[in-house]
Design a protein around this ligand. Structure first.
Ligand code: UFG
Length: 332
């Protein structure tokens, strides 16, 4: 299928482009490069042998999108969004504009062009504080702890309302848990600007000696070692989950919701230990106070994706650490 990939130069988008090419699809990237580099396109070509078409474009530019869409597409995967929790509390309007208005603009352009198959980047953040674990897709999506989380809840709602109004739409909401790692070649990965706010990119920089130590946010949660538990999932597994959704759901109208995780949780200290063991580098840490808005534990029930998409994450924490480290130590 010919697939428009918004945010295709970003972390999850770029890995998905690699998987799509490997599965015989034809992805076309649009990205405004606000948090990505154009050199990623060349890296994708190096990995796959195919240089995907690339347009530097913001999804809020409906006219520009329509011009790209004129060439004819079968589907769209929508990754383009801002994703920093902290930044979203400081600049909420920028988040609502980029994420929510950007999605509305994209949907208008898609509808005009006759493309009504969308795979959407959602997040486990829509579940808020989970009431039971593991988290299943039918759990209520509740209240978010920050504007970033609200934009994900709102974008899901926009898509549900659109599909109700026009049942010819086919929408997959893929709720990622904690995507980490990188392509095994080390050629593409997550490239946060400034000091990383997420755990694994931060650990990678500590292991590389670029940051002195990790601050572990909270040592008194009701978890096995007192630190937060998350469902870390390899970004290439997440990428393959998108291909599975595209291939399986084509032609099936409706709103389809899937968790993308491994189904098991790891504490912060388990991730630190796994990183040290995999890389042979020390990761000094200090336990500090809890980070506002963090939940104690979150991991996915992944049965639905397994049963309906025949997709299951296959890479373990050691592979996530090894690939993160390969990316950290590869020249950018
Ligand atoms: N953590 C630390 N120190 C750090 C960074 C993180 O101890 O320097 C801990 C957190 O407290 C948490 C765990 O590591 O227990 C994971 O934190 P991340 O920031 O990597 O990930 P989150 O689970 O907080 O956030 C992720 C996504 C968000 C999404 C959120 C909720 O990055 O986009 O899940 O679904 F909103």
């Amino acid at each position: 299928m010919r697939v428009l990939i918004t945010g295709g130069a970003g972390f999850i988008g770029s890995h998905t482009v690699v998987s799509l090419i490997g599965s015989g699809h034809e992805p076309v990237i649009v990205d405004n490069l606000s948090n990505a580099r154009e050199s990623v396109v060349g890296r994708i070509a190096e990995i796959t042998g195919v240089r995907p078409e690339f347009h530097r474009l913001d999804v809020r530019d409906s006219e520009g999108l329509r011009r790209v869409l004129d060439a004819g597409f079968d589907a769209c995967m929508h990754f383009a969004a801002l994703k920093s929790v902290g930044e979203s509390t400081e600049e909420p309007l920028r988040y609502y504009d980029n994420n929510v208005s950007g999605t509305v603009s994209l949907l208008e352009a898609l509808a005009t062009s006759g493309v009504r198959f969308l795979v959407f980047s959602s997040s486990a953040t829509v579940y808020g504080e989970p009431t039971t674990l593991p988290v299943t897709e039918d759990m209520p999506t509740g209240s978010a702890a920050n504007p970033y989380g609200w934009t994900k809840i709102m974008m899901e709602q926009v898509l549900r309302d659109l599909q109700l109004a026009d049942p010819t739409w086919n929408v997959a909401l893929l709720r990622y848990f904690n995507p980490v790692g990188a392509h095994h070649t080390g050629l593409i990965g997550e490239d946060p600007q400034g000091v990383p706010s997420n755990l694994m990119p931060y650990i990678a920089r500590v292991a590389a000696g670029l940051l002195p130590h990790l601050s572990v946010f909270g040592g008194d949660y009701p978890t096995p070692d007192g630190t937060g538990v998350r469902d870390y999932v390899h970004v290439m597994d997440v990428a393959e989950g998108h291909v599975a959704a595209l291939d399986t759901l084509a032609g099936r109208r409706g709103v389809h919701v899937y968790n993308l995780g491994t189904g098991r949780g790891h504490t912060v200290l388990e991730v630190v230990k796994a990183y040290e063991e995999t890389t042979g580098r020390p990761v000094p840490y200090e336990i500090v106070g809890r980070r506002p808005g963090d939940v104690a534990a979150s991991w996915a029930n992944v049965d639905k994706a397994a049963e309906e998409l025949s997709w299951r994450a296959s890479r373990d924490l050691a592979a996530m650490c090894a690939d993160s480290w390969r990316w950290q130590t590869t020249a950018r």
